[in-house]
Design a protein around this ligand. Structure first.
Ligand SMILES: [Ca+2]
Ligand SMILES: [Ca+2]
Ligand SMILES: [Ca+2]
Length: 370
């Protein structure tokens, strides 16, 4: 963790990963007014998954009736202390606002969360070596292996890790050291734990580093797989998962079509199925829903693989992706010369009975053409 602060006067106390931000009160008036600080900037750089505690320390002679923490403009807490930890690289705007009946006092800062990467060598740089985001949906392995940050890191630079993405929409974003070129035929292999008659297809997205900044902040293009346009295939499908009051209860969801349901819990996995590192009590995932047509609830629950174009699909455990199948929002094929980033998301929303939720797993991602 690297820290810098533009605010010379703010008192900082770093104990392990705890950061206390002293709020500056430029003057303390007789009326207990909260005055805005002149120096309103601080910044931190964290690695993906690092945790810091942020404390609002308005001096005790100032009374305020309400305090609010916002992250990227969204209210996350009214407590004095919040813990910040993100599994998604990017810039986060942090704001604490204190109110009394006279004034509003606000202090802002930013936290930059950097990707996690393993060193790229000649022996491993054909694999994705960078982790930009791990945002699983709820599931039976979430908050433990293979549904935690260590598991997400395990797929880097190899094909022998294992991470689960949880139920529909849960995802992971990885990057390559060097662009993977779009040559004739397949360009990428996604390794998974697919079993015979138990495909858990994940939708694959690719991105060029168009602006050349090394970050996945350009346009995602979905790989047009064999289920494109079939009944049950829906783009821009969104599901909101809510943390239940009882930590071990099943996880309610609602989608953007008015449907509701739950991610069921089972007796094998007794921890919370909701990602406990999140700052909020609900979150929404958005992606492409694949048909449930290949799931068969007979004497034995089965999920047959689709023809092509998905992760965790083929029973051999290696699914080949052709960058030439990338398509834009309208479904039109787009020509990409290379890609730098890849995203995989669980594509089906299904309760597989005794097997738990349908969830895509991956073991590693390999580029074939450089
Ligand atoms: Ca190709
Ligand atoms: Ca699987
Ligand atoms: Ca970029």
């Amino acid at each position: 963790m690297k820290i810098k602060s533009n605010s010379k006067k703010s008192s900082r106390l770093l104990v392990t990963l705890t950061l206390i931000l002293g709020f500056l009160i430029t003057s303390c008036s007789k009326n207990d007014d909260l005055k805005p600080s002149e120096e309103n900037n601080w910044s931190l750089t964290l690695s993906l998954g690092d945790a810091v505690s942020l404390k609002s320390s308005v001096p005790s002679n100032i009374s305020y009736t309400k305090g609010e923490w916002k992250i990227n403009g969204e209210l996350v807490s009214n407590e004095e202390i919040i813990q910040f930890r993100e599994y998604k690289a990017g810039t986060y705007d942090i704001e604490f606002t204190a109110y009394n009946d006279k004034k509003v006092f606000s202090k802002k800062g930013t936290i930059e969360v950097e990707k996690y990467a393993v060193a790229a060598t000649t022996a491993n740089s054909m694999f994705a070596t960078q982790l930009f985001e791990y945002t699983p949906a709820p599931g039976q392995f979430i908050n433990k292996s293979p549904g935690d940050l260590a598991s997400a890191k395990s797929v880097l630079g190899a094909k022998s890790g294992l991470v689960t993405l949880g139920a529909f929409g849960g995802g992971i974003v990885l990057g390559f050291e060097n662009p993977v070129l779009n040559k004739a035929g397949d360009d990428i292999i996604i390794y998974s734990n697919a079993f015979v008659n138990l495909a858990e297809p994940g939708v694959v997205w690719v991105m060029e580093d168009t602006n050349g900044n090394g970050k996945p902040d350009d346009i995602w293009y979905e790989i047009k797989g064999s289920e494109f346009g079939k009944e049950g295939y829906k783009r821009n499908y969104a599901v909101t998962y809510t943390k239940p009051d009882l930590e071990t209860a099943e996880i309610p969801w609602k989608d953007n079509l008015g449907n509701t349901g739950t991610v069921k819990t089972n007796s094998f996995h007794k921890q919370s199925y909701f990602p406990l590192w999140l700052n909020s009590n609900e979150y929404t995932v958005r992606g492409t829903l694949l048909p449930s047509s290949n799931i068969n609830f007979g004497a034995q629950v089965m999920s047959l693989p689709f023809e092509k174009g998905y992760a965790d699909n083929s029973s051999a455990g290696n699914d080949r992706i052709d960058i030439a199948d990338a398509m834009d929002e309208s479904g039109k094929t787009i020509k990409l010369n290379s890609i730098k980033f890849i995203k995989v998301q669980t594509g089906i929303l299904a309760d597989m009975k005794a097997l738990g939720e349908l969830s895509t797993e991956i073991k590693g991602v390999e580029g074939l053409n450089f």
